[in-house]
Design a protein around this ligand. Structure first.
Ligand code: HPA
Length: 264
């Protein structure tokens, strides 16, 4: 057993969560709702990234959310930090080693749809990898040829939609397009993204989806919309805006996920 798995097995004291949630920008407050939580900083876990993005914590939080065991990765590292698309591989392998079966990924994103303004929540139905890279570059086994036809698990998508309906919250559906960042897109790039079929753009999540499918985890994902994409509002986009706006949609997404997990 590797170091990270054995540290977490000890800390979890038999909790055995089946679902893990990766919390993106502005969603970290969700973990405050978890009772009897174990907190483990990433720096205590071998292979975990030391995330430096402001707006992100860097810890594993595991406990019961309204009675349901769940493990959170609070904070992620991004491709744009060091040019390593596989930076989240060790954390996801650790989840797999702990017996996690289902992974829910969250992020902040820019919207290409004026009917999906800041504060909205979008379930990701499919993605476009526009980064030119892949977290499985260098993976030697034939398992690297991961099928992504059903990357976003149909059952989990249905459960998330049903949870949103029960919570009385709107949940948009759309395609997420991964740009490498860290610079934001140009208006011309957003025009291209729209032509390509994107509904939202962002700088994360897609490499984690690929790694999770490589590991055999079922995946669902959702974006909180923090801004209209470049060129749509006439205003410059900033990371400060992402941090300021994420908690608005973040509260809605947290309510949807709570309903999804705790009513199973
Ligand atoms: N583009 C890319 N990533 C983002 C955006 C955006 O407009 N908003 C939040 N994350």
């Amino acid at each position: 057993m590797n170091q990270a798995i054995s540290v977490l097995v000890n800390k979890l004291e038999g909790l055995a969560p089946k679902t893990a949630i990766v919390l993106g920008s502005g969603l970290g407050a969700v973990v405050d709702e978890v009772s009897d939580a174990a907190h483990v900083p990433y720096e205590d876990l071998e292979g975990f990234p030391h995330s430096g993005v402001s707006g992100h914590a860097a810890q594993v939080v595991a406990g019961k959310w309204d009675g349901t065991p769940v493990l959170f990765l609070s904070g992620r590292a991004h491709y744009y930090e060091n040019g390593d698309a596989s930076v989240m591989r060790a954390p996801l392998e650790t989840l797999h080693g702990l017996g996690i079966k289902r992974l829910i990924l969250t992020n902040a994103a820019g919207s290409l749809r004026s009917d999906m303004p800041p504060g909205s929540v979008m379930q990701i139905t499919d993605h476009i990898n526009f980064s030119g890279t892949n977290p499985l570059f260098g993976e030697p086994s034939d398992r690297r040829f991961v099928g992504l036809t059903n990357a976003y698990d149909a059952t989990m998508r249905d459960e998330m939609r049903a949870a949103a309906a029960r919570a009385g919250l709107e949940l948009h559906q759309g395609v997420y397009m991964w740009f490498s960042g860290p610079s934001f897109e140009t208006p011309a790039e957003i025009g291209m993204a729209r032509t390509f079929g994107a509904d939202a753009v962002g700088m994360s999540t897609v490499p984690e989806v690929i790694l999770a499918r490589f590991l055999g985890l079922d995946v669902a994902a959702a974006s909180v919309i923090t801004n209209l994409a470049a060129g749509m509002s006439g205003e410059e986009i900033s990371h400060q805006e992402t941090k300021d706006m994420a908690p608005l949609g973040g509260k809605r997404l947290a309510a949807i996920l709570r309903e999804m997990l705790t009513s199973r």
